[in-house]
Design a protein around this ligand. Structure first.
Ligand SMILES: Nc1ncnc2c1ncn2[C@@H]1O[C@H](COP(=O)(O)OP(=O)(O)OP(=O)(O)O)[C@@H](O)[C@H]1O
Ligand SMILES: [Mg+2]
Length: 482
């Protein structure tokens, strides 16, 4: 036994948070995961399909068709998922032999049994993993936040995971999700991106094929309004609106990424546009808006038509010449953008109240006809569904994770709306990790690095070979409380 444990200690453990948008993947003990698209894209003008890590080779992100293995939160195309996992474990990914390794992978809440079985099969029969465990993301989120804040050690926490496919509100007691109390809102980043895409396409230009660009605009310019009605009123006259921002669109030749006009100082401008690995596809449109958000009014205008780039076919914007080492990337970028503004024919997308109308769906899903409660109300519903003795602890330990937690004011708005809904005797405390996209992965890493923790949960290849998927079903039912 001692020998077996010693051998186990040297086996690489791969931690994979298999999200609908991106895979967060890395080896146990690493500080941070890689974030790799969990999809393939085909540029309109090329035959080649770029799968997962291949997407790094793309320079032009316009007009891409997306193919995803995960639809509505669950893996529906295992052939494609297999190809994606092969890439992320392979040379251009984390470069690890799966036959020697143990896999800790997240599986979505309420994953249907046939999908679980296929997952077991893919893990053992196609990749030949030595051992594996699948765990629900919310419990790992609690562990992940503890890594960042060791003093956070609640018996109960309420995890709000607002990612790509959905928003889940999950009471977690002693690391175990309380399944009957879970509330799901059918709004995630995919719906928000699609709604922005439809709004802009309706009011301005057709951007239905520009998922990557729309995502960038969403990340850069959208935020949660603290008082939606007041901000909407203030934005009524577009030319005087405090919400008004101009986004300079890529021109397809000298400028392949866009940026927010005037925000020279923000190094994220170019970086987030070009390296953003998050996207959502445009296959499932959202129904057109009714209610308050429908006032959105994006327009596109052409500015300073002082001659275009005259048929230049440079693939990347030329960096400004510099011999001084100390000239930072930020300064070069500043100059490049200023040059663009002065010399280029700029296509400028004016963003006004859609900056707040898009994330507003998380608080008012009915704006697009989804008859569900918004996040604050759903939190109350979830808490009321657990026995009373846990409720105070849940309200004191609300944890926001997932990509939508990156919207400015997300936490503050939840706080503001939740207070009047919750009895006064309960304190409300909301926590947001520094990197809400990777908290679940960090939790998996913490479990994998806890001595002995994995051994007790893991199903070994030999067990699977002997008993088949039954052993996984039995073992992982228990490890939902680990
Ligand atoms: N800075 C940002 N501001 C707003 N939204 C963002 C930002 N960064 C990423 N997102 C959005 O977050 C979503 C992805 O979140 P996340 O990575 O948590 O989902 P996932 O884990 O891949 O999917 P899921 O858990 O739903 O299966 C995308 O829709 C993306 O557009
Ligand atoms: Mg996720």
């Amino acid at each position: 036994m001692a020998r077996r444990e010693r051998k186990e200690a040297v086996r690489p453990v791969i931690i994979l948070d298999n999200g609908g948008d991106t895979c967060k993947v890395g080896l146990a003990g690493q500080a941070t995961p890689r974030i790799i698209p969990n999809y393939a894209v085909k540029p309109k003008r090329e035959q080649r399909l770029y799968i997962a890590t291949d997407i790094d080779e793309l320079t032009d992100f316009s007009q891409l068709y997306f193919k995803r293995p995960i639809e509505k939160g669950y893996v529906v195309n295992w052939d494609l998922e297999f190809q994606i996992w092969s890439k992320i474990f392979g040379k251009k990914g984390i470069d690890t032999q799966t036959k020697d390794a143990v896999l800790l992978v997240t599986e979505p809440l309420f994953n249907p049994n046939p999908i679980r079985k296929t997952m077991d099969e893919v893990v053992f029969e196609k990749f030949g993993f030595e051992g594996y465990v699948r765990l629900p993301p919310p419990a790992l989120a609690v562990r992940g936040y503890q890594v960042e804040h060791p003093s956070f050690a609640p018996v109960c926490a309420l995890v709000v995971d607002s990612g790509y496919s959905f928003t889940h509100i999950v009471p977690v007691i002693e690391y175990s999700p309380v399944y009957p109390a879970i509330r799901r809102i059918n709004i995630g980043g995919k719906v928000l991106t699609n709604y922005l895409k439809e709004t802009i396409s309706y009011r301005a230009w057709n951007m239905m094929d520009e998922t990557h660009l729309i995502n960038t605009i969403k990340h850069r310019l959208c935020y949660v309004a603290l008082d939606f009605e007041a901000e909407l009123r203030a934005s009524r006259i577009p030319s005087e609106s405090p919400l008004r921002k101009e986004f300079v669109l890529p021109n397809g030749t000298t400028r392949l990424v866009g940026y927010v006009k005037g925000e020279y100082d923000d190094p994220a401008v170019q970086k987030s546009s070009s390296s953003s690995s998050s996207s959502s596809d445009d296959k499932t449109g959202v129904s057109s808006s009714s209610g308050s958000s429908s006032a959105a009014a994006a327009t596109v205008k052409t500015e300073s038509p002082q001659g275009s780039s005259d048929g230049e076919t440079k693939v990347k914007p030329e960096p400004m010449e510099t011999t001084e080492d100390e000239q930072s990337e930020q300064e070069r970028q500043k100059k490049r953008q200023r040059k663009d503004e002065e010399e280029d024919e700029e296509q400028v997308l004016v963003m006004n109240n859609e900056r707040i109308a898009i994330p507003e769906l998380l608080f008012n899903p009915s704006d697009i006809g989804v008859q569900q409660a918004g996040i604050p109300e759903a939190i109350v519903q979830a808490v009321n569904a657990v026995p009373e003795q846990y409720r105070a602890m849940l309200y004191e330990n609300i944890l926001l994770v997932g990509g939508n937690a990156l919207f400015r004011n997300f936490k503050e708005r939840i706080e503001r709306e939740l207070r009047p809904l919750v009895p006064e005797e309960y304190n409300i405390r909301i926590h947001v990790p520094a990197s809400p996209l990777t908290t679940v992965w960090q939790g998996g890493n913490a479990v994998a690095c806890t001595p002995g923790a994995l051994q007790s949960m893991c199903v070994r290849k030999s067990e699977y070979q002997e008993h088949g998927a039954r052993v996984c079903a039995a073992r992982f039912r228990n490890t939902e409380t680990y």
